[in-house]
Design a protein around this ligand. Structure first.
Ligand code: OAD
Ligand code: ZN
Length: 269
């Protein structure tokens, strides 16, 4: 009787031990180890701001739902109906102002503090949540929501602008008399800072992509660029609740919400 109880006790202890090893293994397999020689390139998409309450583009209730992309995010849409375009981006300005950075934005800012200039962030997002979390070494390849520029490219500087414009007579004008447009990269236009982005991809050893569906190029190709460049291919990781369209190109896919995964993700040595 006693011996049975003792045996059951031992087998329970062994199970707990095996279970904790399995848990530890799971936890460590979700770590990205960053050595002193590593350079980290991070690409983020709409998914990283989802937990801040900002809608993504391709969800069923996403940003394009209710809007046709061509009417609010192309030069042709702007020419046809600038009022509608400004209404769309004014609404996005209001939503972005009302939101706060979430733990995923903060985890990236924290990583930058730890590894300094070896960290580079490229976001497709036009909100300013990365900056508000403390990220500094970053580019907005699809432009910035809180800036406006001359539609005629007259040479006047891009201006900081957080206003809402809801009707034709409210629409802002440049010093040259042309209209001001949102400083956003629309479909058919060339993303910003591509030379710098290409340079950073060429020299990174770790490429981490967070919360983007892999549907829009060139951003969806970065994971390939980091592999086919000269020298050793980068280690490539994706974080998001579902696999992106370009999932097959990554070294590892980590399924989960950015705000839950990123704060636990990095191990710096
Ligand atoms: P999408 O809407 O295409 O994709 C959002 C991704 O975020 C999806 O893959 C989701 O699975 C993922 N996601 C959702 N919640 C998440 C969470 N909590 N944590 C992590 N991931 C999450 O948005 P993008 O891929 O960013 O361009 O779209 C790319 C570009 O298309 C945008 O920059 C925009 C759009 O057209 C322009 O406006 C020029
Ligand atoms: Zn002008």
């Amino acid at each position: 009787m006693n011996r049975n109880r003792e045996a059951r006790g031992i087998s329970f202890a062994v199970s707990v031990f095996v279970w904790s090893i399995q848990l530890a293994k799971q936890a460590s397999s979700n770590l990205i180890e960053i050595a002193a020689s590593d350079r980290v390139f991070v690409l983020t998409g709409a998914g990283i701001s989802a937990e801040s309450g900002l809608r993504t583009f391709r969800d069923s209730n996403g940003l394009w739902a209710g809007y046709q992309v061509e009417t609010v995010a192309t030069p042709e849409g702007w020419d046809a109906n600038p009022e509608l375009v400004w209404q769309f981006y004014s609404q996005r300005r209001r939503e972005a102002k009302a939101s706060q950075p979430n733990p995923a934005h903060c985890a990236l800012a924290e990583l930058e503090k730890r590894i300094g200039a070896r960290f580079f962030l490229c976001t497709q997002n036009v909100d300013d949540l990365h900056e508000r979390a403390g990220s500094r070494n970053l580019v907005h390849m699809h432009g910035e929501l809180f800036r406006s520029r001359c539609e005629a490219d007259c040479g006047a500087p891009i201006i900081e602008d957080s206003h809402s414009y809801n009707s034709l007579h409210e629409m802002p004008t440049c010093v040259c008399g042309s209209r001001l447009r949102p400083n956003i990269v629309w479909f058919g236009e060339i993303p910003m800072e591509m030379t710098r982005i290409q340079h950073e991809i060429d020299r990174c050893s770790i490429l981490l992509v967070v919360g983007t569906s892999g549907a829009v190029h060139p951003a969806a190709s970065f994971v390939h660029w980091a592999k086919v460049r000269r020298g050793i291919p980068a280690r490539t990781y994706y974080v998001g609740p579902e696999e992106p369209l370009n999932a097959g190109a990554f070294t590892r896919i980590i399924l989960g919400k950015a705000g839950e995964v990123l704060p636990q993700l990095f191990k710096t040595t």
